[in-house]
Ligand binder design. Structure first.
Ligand SMILES: Nc1nc2c(c(=O)[nH]1)N[C@H]1C(S)=C(S)[C@@H](COP(=O)(O)O)O[C@H]1N2
Ligand SMILES: [Mo]
Length: 397
């Protein structure tokens, strides 16, 4: 990629970069590598009064500190950002979306055309497939996300299905290829071309979002228009959408055929795999997961009543239960709160009479498929789908 293509340019301060929504004009080639651990990023972010923990500055890759994820809707300025090449330097003026391939009538739509169609709103969790990658042992290469490459926002715009119907999907179509305007700086670098099966594209909850939490979709999150595929990992939710192509096959290229794949059967770390390409399947649905958003790791608390609180979500289906264990004691059921919308998360809480001393808190969620978070997340070499039960240590005194 462009990492060593250009001499390093002076990086703007992190705060400055965030304020300007700097996603990096493609090809700028500034990369701010931080060798620090996620914990010290979190400290840095707090010291600078920031909401996000920066992994890369340009293009911006930033996660939310877990203690800032307690609300049902994640505010835009706290929502994680992942971009392979950065936001393209194109504004909404003259933005066009083309729909072609196996359709009756190839069409090109403007933002005004989309605004004239039936508008829908959909709260949904977006979570990077690699959220938690930094927690796998042994380490795996890639951005070492800790817990916060996830958020729940309200997305609004039009149903993807309605746009496809305008073009008339031909019978032979099986997949919809999704391409954004963030083309890579070097022609030999693969573009972030993804595809979703036609059934998922026709699902009424799959939308082309032009708004996030009621605001015009910000640059960093794919403005003026992005795909949102609820219940599936966020790599399907292509930002800066320019081209929809109907086809018989999945999208070609690195980001669909090589990236975002995981062995169907996960082997323990270090085991010898005869043919690593055999029996790998695309990562699609998210798995069941919870976070303790309060108290925070290492937090000092007063003895007495403490609210243990957090969020929990899954892929298709619903979260049916969240349980908390204090000091490895019995699992106690927490109260699930807030609206319940498939693809979105629940908030939960449990009151605890905290005695003095050091304590550890754990939470685990269960979903309507009967899946429960495991003690250990199955290791895989790309670090996808981490969902192990985690431990938060607190000091009561
Ligand atoms: N065009 C485009 N879409 C993209 C990406 C990208 O690099 N380019 N990154 C994907 C990945 S891997 C993730 S996790 C989400 C992140 O969305 P967010 O930045 O709004 O949180 O966008 C997805 N859509
Ligand atoms: Mo991602």
């Amino acid at each position: 990629m462009s990492r060593d293509a250009n001499p390093p340019a002076p990086a703007p301060s992190r705060r400055e970069a965030l304020r300007r929504g700097l996603g990096g004009a493609a090809g700028l080639g500034i990369w701010a590598w931080s060798g620090a651990s996620p914990a010290s990023w979190a400290e840095d972010a707090r010291a600078e009064g920031q909401e996000l923990i920066i992994h890369n500055l340009v293009p911006l890759d930033a996660e939310t500190p877990v203690t800032a994820l307690g609300d049902w809707i994640t505010p835009i300025d706290r929502f994680f950002v992942r971009s392979h090449f950065g936001a393209p330097a194109i504004g909404p003026d003259g933005w066009r979306l083309s729909i072609s391939g196996l359709v009756d009538r190839p069409i090109v739509l403007s933002l005004d055309d989309l605004a004239g169609m039936d508008q829908v709103a959909m709260p949904a969790v977006l979570q990077c497939a690699g959220n938690g990658r930094g927690l796998f042992k042994p380490n795996v290469p890639g951005i070492a996300w800790a817990r916060g490459a996830v958020g729940n926002a309200e997305w609004s715009g039009v149903r993807l299905r309605d746009v496809l119907d305008r073009a008339g999907v031909r019978d032979a179509s099986r997949h919809v290829h999704l391409l954004g305007a963030d083309l890579p700086p070097h022609p030999k670098t693969p573009a972030f071309l993804r595809s979703i099966p036609l059934e998922k594209a026709m699902d009424p909850t799959t939308i082309l979002a032009t708004h996030m939490n009621g605001q015009p979709l910000p640059d960093l999150h794919g403005g003026p228009i992005r795909v949102v595929v609820p219940c599936w990992t966020a790599n399907h939710s292509v930002k800066w959408l320019r081209e929809l192509t109907l086809a018989e096959e999945e999208a070609p290229g690195f980001y669909q055929q090589t990236g975002y794949r995981i062995p169907r059967t996960l082997a323990p770390p270090g085991s010898v795999i005869e043919d690593p390409t055999a029996d790998v399947v695309p990562v699609t649905a998210m798995n069941v997961k919870s976070l303790i958003t309060h108290p925070g790791q290492g937090q000092a608390l007063r003895p007495g009543r403490v609210e243990i609180a957090g969020v929990a979500w899954t892929g298709p289906g619903r979260v049916t239960r969240v349980e908390v264990s204090v000091d490895d004691g019995p699992w106690q059921e927490a109260a699930l709160e807030g609206p319940e919308v498939e693809g979105s998360w629940r908030t939960w809480r449990l009151a605890w009479e905290a005695p003095s001393g050091p304590h550890t808190l754990r939470a685990r969620a269960t979903d309507s498929h009967g899946e429960t978070q495991p003690e250990q997340s199955p290791w895989n070499k790309s670090g996808y789908l981490w969902n192990a039960i985690e431990r938060v240590s607190v000091e009561v005194g």
